[in-house]
Write a protein that binds this ligand. Sequence first.
Ligand SMILES: NC(=O)c1ccc[n+]([C@@H]2O[C@H](COP(=O)([O-])OP(=O)(O)OC[C@H]3O[C@@H](n4cnc5c(N)ncnc54)[C@H](O)[C@@H]3O)[C@@H](O)[C@H]2O)c1
Length: 321
Amino acid sequence: MSNKKKILIIQPIHKAGIDLIDNNSNYDFEIIQNIDDKNIKSKIAECDGLSIKTAKLSKELIDISKKLKIISRHGVGYDNIDLKSLKEKKITLAITTTSNAVAVAEHVIFMLLNLCKRKDMYDKSVKTGNFLKRNMLPKTIELWKKNILIIGFGRIGKSLIKRCMGFEMNVFVYDPFVQREIIEKFGGKKIENLKEAVKSMDVISLHMPLNKETKDIIDYDLLKSMRKNCIIINAARGGLINESDLDRALNENLIFGAGLDVFETEPPKEDNPLLKNDKVFLSPHTATFSEECMIRMSNETIQNIIDFFDQKLDKSKIIKF
Ligand SMILES: NC(=O)c1ccc[n+]([C@@H]2O[C@H](COP(=O)([O-])OP(=O)(O)OC[C@H]3O[C@@H](n4cnc5c(N)ncnc54)[C@H](O)[C@@H]3O)[C@@H](O)[C@H]2O)c1
């Protein structure tokens, strides 16, 4: 019988990571495209390790595994995995800590500039032969000297602040778990009182996890207290902003616009009013979808599995629970 470790790759990943495991004689692997529970159930019992993107890994599925030692998440969020079962079965969970911060931070800037520069209107005006009517278009907005509040100062928040500094923005940071000195080292100002701070912001960008404390952290009351020109970007997790409150605030002109990469329900329901709201700029949870980021994530996901079995997986990649 082969003593190779058996690795399940649940949901295809970039070829770079596949090559990495394919060229390692210690492993057999199988890629699972069909993420129905029934299909995963039939494969999970005998695997030693697995990689996973966004598919749900429930207690029922984890309980079937007999040899599973390591789950390597292709990404950094792990709300799709039942942590209680992992703890009971002493299964390690690793994430791709070094791969995606830059891609998400760039995506935030992309959304922000699209909204500020009114990309759709300006692009359409030329394409529809209205070049000379440009003076009738609403003016664009500069980022220079604008106040931005970054909520959550982890990997992505730290990557975003560097890009904001390039635009010479005034950066404020709200993260109760990060010391003032660290925020100041990056050129930001630490905020203690979120409710007070939002009143003077031109941009607010969310970069913290979704949990009981952060669910609906941006609600109607908070939106009502913001500047009328304020733009909110959420490339973290749906549920941090209450979507119906956001739609209401936009329709009542309480804020200028929003950029959303993530939604309370994904994909968003057809009747979600935000899908028809011209003041929002949307993307389908694709902040990390640069070719470069996909290669990094794929490599890191597989390398984490290999490092785990070689007993050299960096502690910073392991989730403590
Ligand atoms: N759109 C995407 O494709 C995409 C990609 C990667 C990550 N994400 C999401 O982005 C978010 C941030 O990821 P990260 O890698 O920077 O995570 P991270 O763990 O490095 O940082 C999260 C930060 O949030 C802070 N935080 C926790 N609770 C908070 C609260 N109540 N208020 C303010 N700050 C709080 C933590 O102290 C930490 O510094 C996560 O929700 C992650 O799931 C989305």
